[in-house]
Design a protein around this ligand. Sequence first.
Ligand SMILES: [Zn+2]
Length: 88
Amino acid sequence: MKRNVTYEPIVKEKTLIERNDSENLYQVKVKLQDGTLCRVFYNHGEKSISRLLTIPCPICRKDFICKCLNRFADQIDSQVNLPEMLAE
Ligand SMILES: [Zn+2]
């Protein structure tokens, strides 16, 4: 299968930094293998990713806000495995 993108996010560290079960809101701080830091927000099952501006984006190389990582939300989410983190 041909792939459009070669970027492959690999989650190295993950920390649950916000947990609000009654509001169904969660926030996980993630460090990727390439050093990218981001936060994954879960809002009623909707996930979004915001990159921390510590190093340039690994995809577009911008050092300001971009939406690139959101294209990889499913890949990052599957490695974060929120249900498993909530069970700990
Ligand atoms: Zn980018």
